[in-house]
Design a binder for this molecule. Structure first.
Ligand SMILES: [Zn+2]
Length: 385
């Protein structure tokens, strides 16, 4: 396996750490953000845009890529990275989250049926029926050819009854074990991460992590909705396992939300990489990040709404602090105009800015850890206004 993780420096007072994940497609300097290329595209951005916005790694969705373009096409191209012409490191999720999400959307159970064997679901594209098992997820992910892949799991819905929760939790452990065996047999060059589930139940999270560690996965991912909801719940979820997190394995937070506050919360608790779709989704609705120097704070969630009339004649860029392509070249008034007139260029310029902002924040966090002042840096960002 062409994969390793090293910690370059640890923060003295928290689990925050700066490290390097080595992959056959290059290094990921951590902590790092992975934009999501759901269907082999980070919406509106080319690989050149991504690189210019300091992107190190992108994540593709197994569920979507399996349905379209499908494994036959991706096999011909050698994976979704080469297909989308992204030559850096990649991650794929297992499809478990999407399958679970589909289930919660379906009241009559017709859309997806989950048994111990796997998940049978109908394609949202043409209604055809598909079965994804842990073994199948590993086979698909081998074809997607990401450097980091995920075990097949069934995340717990926060609305699940205690019985349903118990079933899903135990099923996930069995599926992780089967994912692990299938991955071993496939002898791929990919690093398989075990997923820690358990929602907001402390004992379940601990049990899940201990199980993942006992199997010997090369990396760990924190899954479920309690990582994405709010910084407070993210903190509780990660605190539940803080004392048993291994120091030598990379930790990924799946779908980590909460903007800069959520990011600091997670990094402080040992998260090395995370993905999130809302950073680019927000960009496409005109919600753009700003630095503390621009007036960003917890109270305004470090962002502005570019459609607000106060930007109508604003000659300054979205952020004076930001050095992305958008901020170096365009006024906030121009972005405001593009959004009000629904011009497609607005979506791209906004996406470039938000992706750059988060990648740049991660780089600054990393530097603060390396220089031994993560705590002061975090305080500077979060203790304002
Ligand atoms: Zn910018």
């Amino acid at each position: 396996m062409d994969f390793s993780f090293e910690v370059s420096k640890k923060d003295k007072k928290s689990l925050a750490r700066a490290g390097v994940i080595h992959t056959s497609h290059g290094d990921i300097l951590t902590p790092a953000f992975s934009p999501v290329a759901t269907k082999a595209s980070v919406k509106t951005l080319t690989p050149d845009d991504l690189r210019a916005a300091k992107t190190q790694v992108v994540l593709g969705n197994t569920y979507h890529l399996y349905l379209k373009p499908g494994t036959e096409t991706l096999k011909k191209f050698g994976g979704f990275g080469p297909f989308m012409r992204w030559h850096g490191p990649t991650i794929s999720d297992s499809g478990g989250y999407q399958v679970s999400f589909l289930r919660s959307k379906s009241e009559d159970g017709r859309l997806v049926k989950i048994t111990d064997k796997g998940a049978i679901f109908s394609s949202y594209l043409d209604g055809s029926r598909h079965l994804i098992t842990p073994e199948k997820s590993m086979e698909i992910q081998k074809i997607l050819a990401a450097d980091i892949i995920m075990a097949f799991d069934q995340p717990l819905g926060s609305d699940y009854s205690p019985l349903k929760k118990k079933e899903a939790f135990e099923r996930t452990m069995k599926w992780e074990e089967r994912s692990f065996s299938a991955w071993k047999k496939l002898k791929s060059n990919q690093a398989l991460y075990g997923i820690v589930q358990g929602d907001i139940d402390r004992s379940l999270r601990r049990k899940s992590l201990k199980f993942v560690l006992s199997l010997g996965f090369p990396g760990i991912a924190m899954g479920g909705e309690s990582i994405g909801v709010s910084p407070k719940i993210t903190a509780e979820t990660l605190d539940a396992v803080a004392d048993i997190l291994p120091l030598d394995k990379p930790l990924h937070a799946l779908g980590l939300g909460g903007g800069p506050e959520g990011i600091f919360t997670a990094v402080q608790r040992g998260v090395d990489t995370f993905d999130n779709t809302s950073i680019t989704r927000m960009a496409r609705t005109g919600l753009l990040f700003i630095y503390p120097e621009d007036g960003g704070s917890i109270s305004n969630k470090f962002r502005i709404d570019i459609e607000k009339s106060k930007f109508k004649n604003a000659r300054a860029p979205i952020s004076n602090k930001c050095s992305c392509y958008t901020c170096k070249n365009f006024s906030a008034a121009y972005l405001h105009h593009l959004f009000l007139t629904r011009e497609l260029l607005g979506l791209r310029l906004a996406s470039i800015h938000n992706v750059f902002f988060v990648n740049d924040l991660m780089e600054r966090i990393r530097n603060s850890i390396l220089e031994g002042d993560f705590r002061a840096f975090k305080k500077y960002w979060l203790n304002r206004g």
